[in-house]
Ligand binder design. Structure first.
Ligand code: AFP
Length: 345
């Protein structure tokens, strides 16, 4: 079936399965259409005056690049034609309320990894689709487990759309000849154990002891408790890391750390961690803060950050075990033994 099934046929079949399915299918179709416009921009780079240069800061103080703004506008234009009750974006301070009769709400990270544009690395769009609650103003305060669908598009060697509609994960790749997205991989599954970890190792001195202990176990390889060797990757683009994990397993960590503003890590719960967690769990993996399941969390505010450990379930579970280790936990709370204390683990 791979290569034959088109995304629009897949969405057509899904749209007849449940009351909200038609609206979900229409939103995914609109995001897929928007992604082709964004792919044109990212693939032209400097030629399309899409340099990735910073144009300012968004509502949450993050550096904003011209392409972030352009991608956000394209997605909002494509989604704006649909009966969506509320739309949230990394590039918008507050959610935008829409059609009160709309059965779904959508959260987007229009261009994740945009700091990689000027170095020609894979970037992407991430989306989360939720049911409309009684009060649409509370749409993005629902638990991650409420999601109806989630996905991301990679703008890299391939323009590929990774999608879960709540019944497994499928990957559709844009076929430039026919101009449509075609099924590349169906029912993607992540192995329960892995040999590859991804973390920004330059932050080691800022990590809590449980994270440091886990990475030290990975580095000890076959000579340590993991009893096998690991490889390391760090791309600096969440969508690229997630795509690799869906392809060959692995564990990704963006934990909280001691840097100012990183007490809850770097990634946003609503439009990054929630959709990624839904996808990873639907593919048989796990997604955690190190202490709690990501999909059990509900955001207090739209741009709330959250530590994210996701991927092969054995390694995610090991990180959680270390977060329960009384010795390691005590060292986090006891100032004397904390990160900048006299004793380093
Ligand atoms: P940008 O969108 O600012 O490039 O951030 C990308 C990201 O949120 C995520 O995609 C990466 O995994 C992570 O940041 C990389 O963070 P570091 O630059 O701190 O390694």
């Amino acid at each position: 079936m791979t290569g034959q099934l088109r995304l629009d046929d897949h969405l057509q079949r899904y749209s007849e399965t449940a009351p909200h399915a038609l609206a979900v299918a229409a939103a995914v179709d609109a995001i897929a259409a928007a992604s082709l416009e964004i792919a044109d921009l990212t693939s032209s780079g400097q030629l399309a005056d899409a340099s990735g240069l910073t144009t300012g800061r968004n509502s949450d103080g993050d550096l904003q690049r011209d392409l972030d703004v352009q991608a956000d506008a394209i997605l909002r234009r494509c989604l704006g034609k649909l009966p969506i009750a509320a739309l949230a974006s990394e590039e918008m301070r507050e959610p935008q309320l829409g059609d009160r009769e709309g059965s779904i709400c959508v959260a987007i990270d229009p261009l994740d990894g945009s700091s990689n544009i000027d170095i020609n690395m894979t970037v992407g769009t991430i989306f989360s689709i939720l049911p409309t609650p009684d009060d649409p103003g509370l749409a993005f305060h629902q638990r991650g487990s409420a999601q109806l669908a989630a996905g991301f598009i990679t703008y890299g060697p391939q323009t590929s759309l990774v999608l879960t509609l709540g019944d497994g994960v499928d990957i559709f790749t844009h076929d430039r000849k026919s101009g449509c997205f075609r099924l590349a991989r169906s029912s993607v599954q992540i192995g329960e154990s892995c040999e590859e970890f991804a973390i920004n190792g330059s932050n080691r001195r800022h990590w809590d002891p449980p994270v440091r202990a886990f990475i030290d176990e990975c580095l000890a390889g076959v000579e340590g408790p993991a009893n096998h060797n690991f490889n390391m990757r760090w791309i600096g683009s969440l969508v690229a890391e997630a795509y690799r994990i869906l392809t060959r397993g692995g564990v990704f960590l963006y934990p909280s750390d001691a840097r100012p503003g990183y007490g809850d890590g770097r990634l946003r719960l609503t439009y990054e961690a929630h959709p990624m967690a839904f996808i990873i769990e639907q593919a048989g993996g796990s997604a955690s803060t190190g202490r709690e399941r990501i999909l059990d969390l509900a955001a207090r505010d739209l741009h709330q950050r959250v530590p994210l450990i996701m991927g092969s379930s054995n390694e995610v579970r090991r990180v959680e075990e270390l977060h329960c280790d009384p010795l390691l936990v005590a060292s986090v709370s006891a100032p004397l033994f904390a990160r900048r204390g006299f004793f380093r683990l």
